[in-house]
Ligand binder design. Structure first.
Ligand code: KIV
Length: 298
């Protein structure tokens, strides 16, 4: 295995002017795909609530949800840092409770860092996390956990006042010790300015090409999720359509008895039934799996 990538890569990529690639993942399969595809970091985003769990927004996502999906992602043993999104409510009550939740993501979920939405308002919890040696990624601009307060998913930072507030919050997050900041749905010009003023990297989503890196939601990139199609998403594949077609073909083949064909079928030796009965116990699972994988035709 190549040397594992660590969070220090974020700074060195920014220093070299090389874009950082982040992608969300929520389970073993998506983590294996993201890692093999060559990303620099995996985010177990609270977007899991929308693209996997079927919620209208990210607000209902719990710490148990994030922990469950962090564990699944970590079982892929990715070569890159896994960043756990602090879900709504997990960092709003007290610094102590915030650190407890974050520690569970690190200790039980095997995450490397956490992401927290918001700026100055979250100062004390961000500082408490960093004091507990937990690396923190900030998140400014359109913060989806504030959807009710913002009145919907709208581009942020369009006026001069809003833009200077976002710049100020970004400076604050850098000073507070965040190792990177997600900038979501802000004008490209503002994202460029934030990125050039800060020494820590910015990771954009809907913030243009001037950020130090980009992040997308796994299901959006692969064209698996159709409920919302934001302008900033590029679908690099149309797997939903491919998948629906594959399932239709399966339905058709089962109904016409075209599936399973002989190559998917095991055959028994009727004359020697005891051969299949007298399998050494400890060898049974291995032999069993070999049969399933190779398609025993005996
Ligand atoms: O939850 C998520 O996927 C996110 C990214 C969009 C940044 O927060």
């Amino acid at each position: 295995m190549a040397n594992p990538k660590t969070l220090t890569l974020f700074n060195s990529l920014k220093a070299k002017g090389q874009p950082i690639v982040m992608l969300t993942a929520y389970d073993l399969t998506s983590a294996l795909i993201a890692d093999e595809g060559g990303v620099d970091a995996i985010l177990v985003g609270d977007s899991v609530g929308m693209v996997v769990l079927g919620y209208e927004n990210t607000l209902p996502v719990t710490t148990d949800d994030i922990l469950h999906h962090c564990r699944a992602v970590s079982r892929a043993r990715p070569n890159v840092p896994v960043i756990a999104d602090m879900p709504y409510g997990s960092f709003h009550v007290s610094a102590e409770e915030t650190v407890r939740h974050a520690l569970s993501f690190i200790k039980e979920g095997n995450a490397t860092a956490v992401k927290v939405e918001g700026g100055r308002k979250r100062a004390h919890v961000i500082r408490a996390l960093i004091d507990a040696e937990i690396p923190v990624m900030g998140h400014l601009g359109l913060t989806p956990q504030s959807v009710n307060k913002l009145g919907g998913y709208k581009v942020q930072g369009k006026t001069d006042d809003q833009a200077s507030k976002i710049l100020d919050e970004a400076r604050f997050l850098e000073e507070a010790g965040c190792f990177a900041i997600v900038l979501e749905c802000i004008p490209e010009e503002l994202a460029r300015q934030v990125s050039s003023e800060l020494t820590i990297p910015t990771i954009g989503i809907g913030a243009g090409v001037g950020c130090d890196g980009q992040v997308l939601v796994f299901h959006d990139l692969l064209g698996l999720f159709d409920k919302i199609r934001p302008k900033f998403v590029k679908r690099y594949a149309e797997l939903r359509e491919l998948s629906v077609n594959a399932v239709s073909e399966y339905c058709e083949e089962v109904r016409t008895r075209a599936f399973p064909a002989d190559e998917h079928t095991f055959h028994g030796k009727r004359a020697e039934p005891e051969q299949t009965i007298h399998v050494e116990k400890e060898k049974a699972p291995e032999g069993y799996l070999a049969d399933l994988e190779n398609g025993d035709k005996s």
